[in-house]
Design a protein around this ligand. Structure first.
Ligand SMILES: [Zn+2]
Length: 589
C-alpha cells in the first residue's frame, strides 16, 4: 500500500491535476495561481513539481496531490487515491480483485436504478403525479436534474423487471444494494421502494450509493412510513452521508461555510432559493465523520434545525464535534415557517436573509437562557450561569472564550473575572497558564525562529554549497522543532543531488516542512554566499538569545537553591554563548 501511494504520487503530474482546478502560471521554480481554498486577488498559491507539493501562503493550505484532491473534492483518502491511480494508470492491488469487481457492480446497478427512477419522473406516464407534486413544492426541472430526482412507481416489480429481466442483473446483487426485499412466501424478490419520490444518496464524488424515498401523498398508505431509506450497505453508511454534499461542494468551498439542514426537502428548497452551500444530515444526529467531511471544505457550520429541546441536544453535540475540529457554529433562527423547506418555498429572500442574520452559537445559547430566567433575581443569574458556562468552558481558544465570558458578564452586570472563575472551575484537568504575557512573548520568539529557520532550509535545499557555508556556524548548536531537525538533517545529508532526489531522501515526517520552506523562497535566483550566511547567522542570533534567556532563569533558580556547582556550570555555558554572540554581531556588523 505504502509503495503504491508513492508510485501513484510519482506518476502523477501535480501541476496537471491542480491545474485542472486552478489556472497556474510558471514563475521561477514554482507554479503560481489564485488559491482555490480562500478568496484572493493576488496569487499566493504555489505548486512545486519537484517536491510534489502545493502551498498557499495566504491561508496555509498545503500538502501533496492526494491531500489536494481530498480537500478540493471533499472526498476521503481512499477515493482520492483511487482517482489518481486511475489517472496514472496504476492498478490498486491491496483490495482483492473480486472485492473490486463487486463494488463496481454494486455502483453500476445503483446508477442504473437511479437512471430508471429519474426517467420515470421526467418522462414516464406514471410519473405525472410525482411531477405535479414536486412542481407544487416549487421544484423545477433543472433542480430535478441537479439532484437526479426520480420516481418509483406503485408496483411490486417495476424495478426488478427492468434490472433483472431486461438487464440481466442478479437478484442477490439487487438485494445487496438494498433495492429489493426477499419475498416471505415463495421465491424471488420485490421492489422495496414503491409509489415514492426518489432522492438518490450520492457520495462526495457523485456516485449513487443508496436512496431515500418519500411517499407520494396521493399514493400514501397508512401503514407505510413517510420516508424510507436504503439499508446500510458496504457502500452506504448513514453516519458518513451528507445529502446534497456533492451538489453543494463548490459553493461550500467558495464560501467556506455549510448550511446544515435536516431533511432532503429542506436541502433542495434551500438550494433552489439560492443557498447552494446547503447539505442535509438526513434525520440522524450529526456524526464525527460528517463534521470531518465539512471541515475539509469549510470553517463555519450554519445549523438550521428545530430550536426545541430535542434541537438543543443536537446543538450541544454539534458544538462539541465542531469545536474539536476547529469549526465555528452559527445558528439560523427559523421564522416564517416550520422548517427551512417551508420558509425557503414561501420566500427565497426571507430564507437568504435568515441565513445571513444567523447568530453565533454562544449568543444563541445566552439568548435562550436570558429568555428563560430573570436576570434581575439572584436565582435567575445563578440559573443563567449554570446553563451558559458549560458551553463557554468547551471553547478551545482561550481568547475567544474570554470574549464570550466578557459578554456574559456584561449582560449579567458583573465583572468578567467572576465569570472566568466559573469557567475555570468547569475546565478540569486543563492547566491554564498563569502568566500569559510570558507565553505570548515566547510565542512571538518562536515564530521568528521558525521564519528564519525556514528561510535557511529553503536555501540549503536550493544550493548544495550552502551546507558548507553554514555548517561551521552551527557546530554544537541545537535548534528546536521540526525545522531544527530538518536543518541538522540537511547539514549532514545534503549532497550534490537534484532537488527531486533530495526530496525522496528527506525523512517522511520532515517533508512537509521541507516543501513549505522551499516554496516560501520564490525568488528565481540561487542565493549567494552572503545571503546564505546572513540567513544562518540571523537565525543563530535568535537561538542564542533564546538560550540565554533560558539560562538566566536557570541561573536564578540555582542561586535560590544555593547550588553553586550548577551556578558555575550555567555561568560557563553563558560565557560560551556570549563569545558566539560577539562573533555573530561582528559578522552582521
Ligand atoms: Zn489559500
Amino acid at each position: 500500500m505504502e509503495d503504491q501511494v508513492d508510485e501513484i504520487k510519482r506518476k502523477t503530474d501535480i501541476v496537471g491535476v491542480i491545474g485542472s482546478y486552478v489556472p497556474l502560471k510558471k514563475m521561477g521554480r514554482h507554479h503560481k495561481g489564485l488559491c482555490p481554498f480562500h478568496s484572493e486577488k493576488t496569487p499566493s498559491f504555489m505548486v512545486n513539481e519537484e517536491m510534489g507539493l502545493y502551498k498557499c501562503f495566504g491561508c496555509g493550505a498545503g500538502g501533496d496531490v492526494i491531500k489536494f484532491l481530498m480537500e478540493i473534492e471533499g472526498i476521503d483518502f481512499r477515493e482520492a487515491l483511487e482517482r489518481l491511480a486511475e489517472r496514472a494508470g496504476v492498478k490498486l492491488i491491496n483490495r482483492r480483485r473480486d472485492e473490486n469487481d463487486e463494488r463496481s457492480k454494486m455502483l453500476e446497478v445503483l446508477d442504473l436504478a437511479a437512471r430508471y427512477y429519474h426517467w420515470l419522473l421526467m418522462e414516464g406516464k406514471v410519473g405525472a403525479g410525482a411531477r405535479e407534486y414536486l412542481a407544487g413544492r416549487k421544484i423545477n426541472t433543472k433542480i430535478m436534474e441537479t439532484f437526479n430526482l426520480g420516481f418509483a412507481m406503485q408496483s411490486w416489480d417495476g424495478l426488478t423487471n427492468y434490472l433483472i429481466k431486461k438487464k440481466g442483473y442478479k437478484e442477490e446483487l439487487l438485494e445487496k444494494v438494498g433495492l429489493v426485499s426477499r419475498k416471505s412466501k415463495g421465491d424471488g424478490v420485490y421492489d422495496k421502494f414503491r409509489g415514492r419520490v426518489m432522492f438518490p444518496l450520492q457520495d462526495a464524488g457523485g456516485k449513487v450509493v443508496g436512496f431515500t424515498g418519500r411517499v407520494l401523498p396521493a399514493l400514501a398508505k397508512e401503514d407505510e412510513p413517510k420516508y424510507m431509506n436504503s439499508p446500510e450497505t458496504s457502500l452506504y453508511h448513514k453516519s458518513r452521508m451528507l445529502y446534497g454534499f456533492y451538489q453543494a461542494k463548490k459553493a461550500v468551498r467558495e464560501k467556506k461555510r455549510v448550511v446544515l439542514v435536516e431533511g432532503q426537502m429542506d436541502c433542495i428548497s434551500s438550494f433552489t432559493a439560492g443557498v447552494t452551500e446547503t447539505v442535509a444530515v438526513g434525520g440522524t444526529a450529526l456524526t464525527e465523520d460528517q463534521v470531518e467531511m465539512m471541515a475539509r471544505l469549510a470553517d463555519k457550520i450554519y445549523l438550521s434545525m428545530d430550536a426545541d429541546e430535542a434541537g438543543s441536544v443536537a446543538i450541544k453535540r454539534s458544538i462539541e464535534l465542531a469545536e474539536k475540529r476547529g469549526l465555528s457554529i452559527k445558528i439560523v433562527q427559523l421564522e416564517g415557517g416550520k422548517d427551512p423547506d417551508e420558509i425557503a418555498r414561501n420566500s427565497s429572500d426571507k430564507w437568504k436573509d435568515l441565513v445571513e442574520k444567523s447568530v453565533d452559537v454562544y449568543e444563541y445559547i445566552m439568548n435562550g437562557a436570558f429568555k428563560k430566567y430573570d436576570v434581575n433575581k439572584i436565582e435567575g443569574v445563578k440559573k443563567i450561569t449554570e446553563e451558559v458556562v458549560p458551553f463557554l468552558a468547551k471553547i478551545e481558544n482561550g481568547v475567544v472564550r474570554e470574549v464570550w465570558a466578557k459578554r456574559l458578564a456584561e449582560r449579567i452586570g458583573v465583572a468578567t473575572k467572576g465569570v472566568m472563575a466559573e469557567i475555570d472551575k468547569k475546565i478540569s484537568g486543563k492547566q491554564e497558564s498563569t502568566n500569559k504575557d510570558d507565553d505570548l512573548e515566547k510565542d512571538v520568539d518562536d515564530k521568528r525562529v521558525v521564519k528564519l529557520s525556514r528561510r535557511l532550509i529553503g536555501q540549503l535545499i536550493l544550493r548544495q554549497e550552502a551546507v558548507e557555508m553554514v555548517a561551521p556556524w552551527f557546530t554544537g548548536v541545537k535548534i528546536a522543532g521540526a525545522e531544527g531537525k530538518l536543518i541538522s538533517w540537511l547539514l549532514e545529508n545534503r549532497e550534490n543531488e537534484p532537488v527531486e532526489d533530495l526530496v525522496q531522501k528527506i525523512p517522511e515526517e520532515l517533508r512537509e516542512v521541507a516543501g513549505e520552506s522551499y516554496m516560501a523562497e520564490d525568488s528565481n535566483e540561487v542565493p549567494g554566499q552572503k545571503e546564505v550566511e546572513e540567513a544562518a547567522v540571523q537565525l543563530l542570533r535568535e537561538i542564542i538569545r533564546d538560550r540565554k534567556k533560558e539560562l538566566m532563569v536557570e541561573m536564578n533558580e540555582a542561586r535560590k537553591e544555593k547550588n553553586s556547582e550548577k551556578e558555575d556550570e550555567i555561568f560557563s555555558s553563558l560565557n560560551e554563548l556570549n563569545k558566539k554572540e560577539s562573533k555573530v554581531i561582528a559578522f552582521l556588523g
